[in-house]
Design a protein around this ligand. Structure first.
Ligand code: UN1
Length: 520
């Protein structure tokens, strides 16, 4: 193990010799298959992780149910106090955890730290929520009666997360889930096991110090079988899944067929639209970040750019300049803006997409291939997965073309020119996905069209703000094939509780509703 990897792992109490336990249900273990965690910037094997065996999955699910039965009786503000301590423990390791995210996922350090910050922020939010998860009292039509809506804890929440946000997305789910009085069981991406082990280690310590069963925040690393065990379990009333449309469709159907609830965060095919009156000084760097941040691997990454004819040439010229200035580097180094993509599979996705652009004779303004070793100054990065962010103008803007319809999970930005805002909004909406979108304008009339009934149909609809980089305060999620459900802020917490509508009769008579007469 390289010394820098060893330093990052030991700062987070992850063993640097021998195989690492990848299962926690109150105890650390792992008797299943071994997976290797690979550093995307160097190709180095960071650790061998022992995943959950079928028996361990079964036990972990059982312990999660028991932990829920315990935790639901802890008063919500006390659950908030646990979350406050988790928040402090995470904040104390902000930089170390940010570095591990960077090491194992490949995103640049500031984005890794930002991810930990999202977790800290949602803990703050959930601490407040723990005193504000209010129900309602509703007027009854019958004398001496009241109707109460009571939010009760729900049960075990399964969280299946993706490689691109190996920490924050779990955080959104965990924080709301714990505030609501649930237990969670986490199945992270098989390629980012160390991030989940580090986070779980931090949280487990807080739980154990407070006499709370560790299985309140259980972890099962593994492959599809681990995911399937959670998705199929009748003891898991809510499954929150982040990942591909293909797998999301299976998860959605399976959970639905046992009448469980799902939150699905699937593909994004996010567009930015630039009007002629936009402030280009703001728009160019923001759209650049949206397209190449996390090397184009956020669900919210900008994948389509629609430019008004009046500013199109100037905009592309400016954007091309920033693209050409970009150099790949070590994501752990502060000045680096572009790290590697996550895996060999990501390289394949990237190469297919640029090959397709070449086949259809698109105008490629920047990028278009992998970086050769000669392009990368530091020799320790020669085994890394570095690709040139690609900026292209395909000949056809027809949104029905496969190119515009598909999410390419890599730094590839396709551009087209429009004449009327309505046309661009039409293109924005003409794809299967519906996660995020962004309009650049200073004209309030455009804003009205954009956020109103005939406007953008995505879950996140921004103005003069890029498609990615949402704050935790807003509900996060999409529409259409992005799936359904909201995480993080807004009213998202309401999905993590079991709502009881209780009509209570305080009177000495038992009248029927609607005046029904049934005297005996
Ligand atoms: C994701 O890509 O799955 O809005 C989550 C953002 C981040 C979260 C992205 N706050 O880009």
């Amino acid at each position: 193990l390289s010394s820098r990897a060893a330093n990052i792992l030991s700062a987070l109490d992850i063993p640097t010799t021998g195989d690492v336990n990848g299962v926690y249900d109150g105890e650390w273990k792992g008797a299943g298959d071994i997976v290797e965690s690979i550093c995307p910037s160097t190709g180095e094997v960071l650790a061998r992780v022992k995943t959950a065996s079928p028996e361990e999955l079964h036990v972990a699910l059982g312990k999660a149910s028991d932990a829920y039965t315990f935790f639901r009786n802890v008063p919500a503000p006390q659950r908030g106090e646990i979350l406050r301590q988790i928040r402090e423990a995470l904040a104390a390791k902000r930089s170390e955890l940010g570095a591990l995210i960077s090491l194992e996922m490949g995103k640049i350090k500031t984005e890794g730290v930002g991810e930990v910050q999202e977790f800290v922020d949602i803990c703050d939010y959930a601490v407040g929520l723990s005193r504000m998860m209010n129900g309602r009292v509703i007027a009854s039509e019958r004398p001496g009666h009241s109707i109460l809506e009571v939010p009760n804890p729900l049960g075990v929440v399964g969280v299946l997360s993706a490689f691109n946000f190996p920490v924050a997305v779990y955080g959104w789910n965990l924080a709301l889930s714990l505030a609501a009085g649930n237990a969670t069981i986490w199945k992270p991406s098989p390629t980012t096991p160390l991030c989940s082990i580090a986070v779980t280690t931090i949280i487990a310590r807080v739980l154990e110090q407070n006499g709370i069963p560790g299985a309140v925040a259980g972890l099962v690393t593994g492959d599809n079988n681990a995911g399937a065990a959670i998705v199929e379990s009748r003891d898991v009333p809510l499954v929150s899944f982040t990942g591909s449309e293909r797998v999301g469709r299976i998860v959605g159907k399976t959970v639905q067929s046992r009448f469980g609830k799902v939150i699905l965060e699937l593909g994004g095919n996010n567009a930015a639209i630039v009007m002629p009156d936009a402030d280009l000084k703001m728009a160019v760097p923001s759209i650049f970040f949206g397209a190449i941040g996390t090397a184009g691997q956020r669900c919210t990454s900008t994948r389509r750019l629609y430019l008004h004819r009046q500013i199109a040439d100037e905009f592309l010229e400016r954007l091309q300049k920033v693209y050409t200035r970009l150099t790949p580097g070590d994501p752990l180094e502060e000045k680096t803006l572009l790290g590697p993509v996550h895996s060999a599979a990501s390289i394949g996705i990237y190469e297919n997409a640029v090959q397709h652009l070449k086949d259809i004779d698109a105008n490629i303004l920047a990028g278009g291939s992998r970086y050769a070793a000669a392009d990368i100054s530091a020799s320790h990065l020669h085994g890394g997965y570095f690709v040139q962010p690609t900026l292209a103008v395909p000949k056809s803007a027809d949104p029905a073309d496969a190119l515009w319809q598909t999410e390419t999970f890599a730094p590839v930005l396709n551009c087209a020119v429009f004449d009327e805002l309505e046309e661009a909004i039409g293109w924005n909406n003409a794809v299967p996905q519906g996660l995020s979108s962004s309009l650049w304008t200073r004209d309030v009339r455009n804003v009205g069209k954009w956020i109103g009934p005939g406007g953008s149909d995505t879950g996140i609809v921004n103005v003069n703000v890029g498609t990615s980089g949402a704050e935790i305060g807003a509900a996060f999620g999409g529409n259409k094939s992005t799936g359904w459900g909201r995480e993080s802020g807004g009213d998202a917490w309401k999905q993590y509780v079991r709502w009881s509508a209780c009509t209570v009769n305080f009177s000495d008579a038992a009248p029927l509703a609607q005046g029904v007469d049934f005297s005996v």
